[in-house]
Design a protein around this ligand. Structure first.
Ligand SMILES: Cc1cc2nc3c(=O)[nH]c(=O)nc-3n(C[C@H](O)[C@H](O)[C@H](O)COP(=O)(O)O)c2cc1C
Length: 362
């Protein structure tokens, strides 16, 4: 089947993307306890370099931000240098790759914290339900401590430093991870932000943390090389706020004033929906955001093509299909069948099996 829209090039400010297919950020936990990018990761990303844009797995900006076993970091010079083998491998195949900047906030555990203290968040509200995989095995979520007002700029500075290291590492840009119930989302959402200081209150107050992060990152990167990811419909990490629509539209409108490269919305419901109203659709963001709009979550070749043809979005990110189909673009181009979904057991396993060993078609 033809996909003339999905497979056409796109101008992301000064960057020409060869098609509209994006590798969604996918945590794969292959960076070892040192959280160091390695040759195996370079091979994995290079295999997927025919995407118009690759977004790296979520990468922690500080040790405080860690909340996942064996996920990579960008908080040391050694990590920045080690990332160069990944960016080089992607560039050799004429791919483009952004680094996703991550701080888990309350989705962390004291056993990940450098001082053994509590994880931090906007407010002292714990994740209900799910447990977390930690160096001590599976544990219940802990009650986080609210960051003090004067601590917040220190976290912002961690993002700025990480963004600077991403440049040294050779990335083409950065995506600020504001989705899926991690620290930025914890500040944005009324469910998790009950602060009385300038970082809380109405949508504008709750946006202040992200505003300062964007401003800090823009001291390092041109605006066109910066994206932001949001998940207003999502429930992952026990999220979902009654004012989700107002919050997401206000945030997108604020982000538009910075002229950032793209806004990345997990509009699909395939990762869980909180049911607190009509789910947000990608096209709603067109009214408040004038830059490149990226959709994600549960898209197929057909629905992605249709969304772009209708003008709902400009780029579509694919997550799970990319785990077992490194050559997703070629399969779309030639109408080749997709490999069946990878077993969830290999998503975050730490070894080579189920990672860079999915063959291209044919
Ligand atoms: C194994 C796995 C790891 C993921 N890791 C991340 C991540 O690091 N950062 C992020 O923003 N989303 C992450 N996600 C969410 C995906 O980017 C994507 O939103 C989700 O898979 C839905 O898209 P899909 O239906 O195309 O898979 C992850 C999803 C999966 C399945």
């Amino acid at each position: 089947m033809g996909s003339p829209h999905l497979l056409s090039s796109w101008q992301l400010k000064d960057l020409t993307l060869k098609n509209r297919v994006v590798l969604a950020p996918l945590t794969r936990a292959r960076a070892g306890v040192e959280r160091m990018p390695n040759a195996l990761m370079a091979k994995y990303y290079a295999q997927r370099a025919s995407a118009g844009l690759l977004i790296s797995e979520a990468t922690v900006v500080s040790q405080q931000g860690i909340g996942w076993l064996n996920s990579p970091g960008i908080y040391s010079d050694e990590q920045a240098i080690a990332w160069q083998q990944v960016t080089r491998a992607v560039h050799e195949r004429e791919g483009r790759i952004f680094l996703q900047l991550w701080h888990c906030g309350r989705a962390s555990h004291s056993s990940f914290q450098p001082d053994g203290g509590w994880p931090v968040s906007a407010s002292a509200i714990a994740i209900q339900g799910d447990e977390i995989h930690t160096p001590l095995g599976k544990q219940p979520h802990e009650l986080p401590r609210a960051l003090a007002t004067e601590e917040v700029p220190l976290v912002v500075e961690d993002y700025r430093r990480a963004a600077a290291r991403a440049r040294e590492a050779g990335f083409d840009g950065v995506e600020i991870h504001g989705a899926n119930g991690y620290l930025i989302d914890q500040f944005l959402q009324s469910k998790t932000n009950q602060r009385g200081d300038r970082y809380g209150g109405d949508c504008e107050g709750r946006f202040q943390f992200l505003r300062e992060i964007v401003e800090a990152v823009l001291t390092v990167w041109p605006a066109g090389r910066v994206g932001v990811r949001l998940s207003p419909n999502g429930i992952f990490n026990d999220m979902g706020s009654p004012d989700f629509r107002e919050m997401a539209l206000a945030t997108a409108a604020q982000l538009d004033t910075f002229g950032i490269g793209y806004l990345h919305i997990m509009d699909g419901l395939a990762f869980g929906f909180h049911g607190l109203g009509e789910p947000m659709a990608l096209r709603e963001f067109r009214s408040v955001f004038s830059g490149t709009l990226m959709g994600n979550c549960g898209y197929t070749q057909e629905t992605a093509e249709a969304a772009i043809a209708r003008g709902d979005g400009d780029l579509i990110a694919f997550g799970r299909p990319y785990i077992s189909n490194p050559d997703l673009v070629e399969r779309f181009t030639h109408g080749w069948p997709l490999a069946s979904d990878a077993d969830m057991a290999v998503w975050y396993s730490f070894d080579e099996k189920g990672y860079a060993d999915f063959p291209a078609y044919g």
